[in-house]
Design a protein around this ligand. Structure first.
Ligand SMILES: [Cu+2]
Length: 651
């Protein structure tokens, strides 16, 4: 189950509310002496306000001893509670119904608030006041509508003034699951909104009751069962019946206008103030259910697209959980069809362990992070059949390769993005050698940042078919990059290892795409999908050489990649082998997003030699070191001449 820390309180609150309402219903209908409409009013209020509703019921309305209800409910504050309960039960029910319908239809939030107000007012006036009260008040339905209009209008204004900003600000805050009626958080936010609405409507209701404009609490006893045989025939003027007596004079026209006018101001402020803080033009269809990263700057200008780009992956969208032992960057074997190497790539949302005890949600290719390594020979005719099972459209771009423009994967520039559920085939001949990579080029700040990338490595070829394909292409270009490579053009070493860098933002079990902006900074870093100490340990023979291909598959930082134990030779950059004179020795190389460096390092001495980024924060897991580091760090293990690895230092 998908739980956020707040959900414990949400589920707890909703459960308590149901239990409280069940108790109030049972107690009301097993003999609390009041009108049925008020019984229902208290049940609804307790359902909406949970323990607060229960508290109000017991302190203000529940008959303490048989025959004492009349006296018990007499104080004005209790009458005010009754009047507010009556108002809120009706209005809130209308508001909730409207909120559910409007969210499902997908209307913008500002319109949502207006419709909620109208529905709440209509529900309260036409049903809860005029219809339900008529039985007790007598008179025609229309008469009741007319009489209830002013008190209902005033009370509703005051209530919505409290409820609207709470709903708008909480629904459109960080956790926008609150916008969607299918999410428990929506109901919790409704509940908080109603509590606030109750608080702002209460003073107005006290006044209305004191001025005999509204009924407070009343006592109604059943003739046959009541010990005292009371039956209160209620009358039009609120509070004339026993137990709800308030002999206030009706307010003057000036008083009523002033109060009504003031509640209008309250209402206008309550409806419009949230627009200073949140974008009320958004709909639940656009952004409902999104959870935004903590500390992201969101203003009324923040668009739905911005939010969708930076939001967490909904963990419920993950279709597969990779075992913690799973490795990314696994070489993918092609199917060879008529001399064409065909690769099947499937894009999916999965759960992936970057550490044994740390799982991220990721956009993955073939259920790996990074995606599978594509090993090719120069001159290969390749086809990549890409099936998009992500919730978003996507493309793949072949970074650094000279391909026909329509195969380049630049979304909305060279191709329409591959829609969710759709398949697209990339088809080209590989004319270069060296270290390349592929990545999503559709919202890459989100998709590549969430894991859509993988290595693509091309070796020289002696295959006559490849050579003839290359010769046929030669007339198109005499570019050095596409010249038929001699074996010697590829610098070889005893070992070959590819390092794909990545940055992650993971908080409270949610994975956001890491971005160099407020709220988007990464707190985990991986080499080939794993953070140290879960990164590979590479065993090397003393005196041997290893070619490490650094790939800047990450999105944000320049990582100064450093190797302990002596300098390496930089032999290729961005896929292009450096000429002998251009190669150079270094012990740190800055790997920026998109760059590739091939370096050859010699195992000069036995030991455990580190490869790591030299920004120490990137050598930590959520700012914490484990076993001497974290994140962008791995070990080259060079045993001594006897084949013995160095002993670990005592801890
Ligand atoms: Cu770094």
């Amino acid at each position: 189950m998908f739980m956020q820390p707040i959900d414990i309180f949400v589920y707890g609150w909703l459960m308590i509310a149901v239990l409280c309402a069940a108790y109030v219903a049972w107690d009301q209908f097993s003999g609390n002496p009041e009108p049925t409409v008020m019984k229902w009013g208290f049940v609804l209020i307790t359902l909406y306000m949970g323990p607060i509703g229960l508290l109000l019921y017991i302190m203000a309305d529940k008959e303490p001893e048989p025959g004492t209800h009349e006296a018990f409910v007499k104080p004005l504050w209790k009458q005010g509670v009754g009047s507010t309960v009556h108002c809120v039960a009706g209005d809130a029910t209308g508001i909730i119904l409207a909120a559910v319908v409007v969210a499902m239809i997908g209307l913008p939030m500002w319109l949502d608030l207006i419709i909620e107000y109208s529905a709440g007012f209509a529900f309260g006036l036409f049903i809860f006041q005029a219809l339900f009260m008529r039985k007790m008040m007598g008179g025609s339905y229309m008469e009741n509508v007319r009489k209830s209009f002013m008190p209902e209008f005033t009370s509703m204004n005051a209530m919505m003034a409290g409820m609207a900003p709470v709903m708008a600000l909480l629904m459109m805050g960080r956790d926008m699951r609150a916008m969607w009626p299918g999410e428990p958080l929506f109901w919790a936010v409704m509940s908080i909104g109603i509590c606030m609405g109750f608080a702002t409507a209460y003073p107005v209701n006290i006044w209305l009751v004191s001025k005999a404009m509204k009924h407070g609490l009343m006592t109604v006893r059943d003739h046959s069962s009541s010990a005292e045989g009371h039956h209160h025939q209620d009358h039009d003027q609120g509070g004339t019946s026993s137990g709800s007596q308030h002999n206030g004079k009706k307010p003057t026209r000036a008083q009523l206008t002033a109060v009504a006018g003031f509640t209008c101001l309250m209402l206008i402020a309550g409806l419009s103030l949230p627009s200073v803080f949140v974008n009320l033009r958004l709909t639940a269809h656009q952004v409902g259910k999104l959870i935004m990263p903590p500390e992201m700057i969101m203003t009324p200008e923040t668009s739905a697209e911005t939010m969708r780009d930076m939001a967490a992956i909904d963990p419920r969208q993950s279709v597969y959980t990779a075992p913690p032992s799973a490795h990314g960057d696994q070489a993918l074997q092609p199917e060879v069809v008529n001399g064409i190497k065909v690769f099947h790539l499937i894009l999916e949302t999965i759960r992936w362990n970057i550490l044994n005890n740390k799982t991220v949600n990721a956009y993955a290719v073939n259920r790996q992070v990074p995606g599978p390594r594509i090993e090719l020979e120069q001159g290969d005719h390749v086809q990549f059949i890409v099936t998009n099972k992500l919730p978003d459209s996507a493309t793949l771009h072949w970074h650094g390769l000279i391909v026909p423009n329509e195969m380049d994967g630049a979304t909305k520039v060279t191709q329409s993005p591959i829609a969710p559920g759709a398949t697209y085939t990339y088809d080209y001949v590989v004319s270069q050698i060296g270290t390349y990579f592929y990545h999503s080029h559709d919202n890459p700040d989100r998709q590549q940042g969430l894991g859509l990338y993988g290595a693509l490595i091309v070796h020289p070829s002696k295959n006559p078919e490849n050579l003839s394909r290359l010769a046929a292409m030669k007339h198109l270009s005499d570019d050095a990059a596409t010249a038929i490579a001699a074996d010697s053009d590829e610098v070889k070493a005893d070992y070959d290892y590819t390092i794909l860098l990545q940055e992650w933002l993971n908080r409270d079990g949610l994975t956001y795409p890491a971005m160099p902006m407020e709220g988007g900074l990464p707190n985990y870093f991986t080499i080939n999908g794993k953070a140290y100490p879960a990164t590979d340990i590479i065993k090397l023979k003393l005196g041997s050489t290893i070619k490490i291909r650094f790939i800047g598959s990450h999105n944000n930082f320049v990582h100064p990649m450093h190797i302990h134990g002596g300098p390496f030779e930089v032999v290729a950059r961005d896929g292009l082998t450096l000429t002998v004179g251009a190669r150079f020795m270094a012990d740190t190389i800055n790997v920026a997003p998109g760059q590739r460096y091939d370096v050859v390092w010699t195992a000069r001495k036995p030991g455990r030699w580190l490869v790591h980024c030299h920004i120490p924060h990137h050598m930590a897991n959520n700012n914490q070191e484990q076993m001497g580091g974290g994140g962008l760090m791995m070990v080259l293990d060079v045993p001594d001449v006897n084949g013995q690895s160095l002993p670990m230092p005592p801890s």
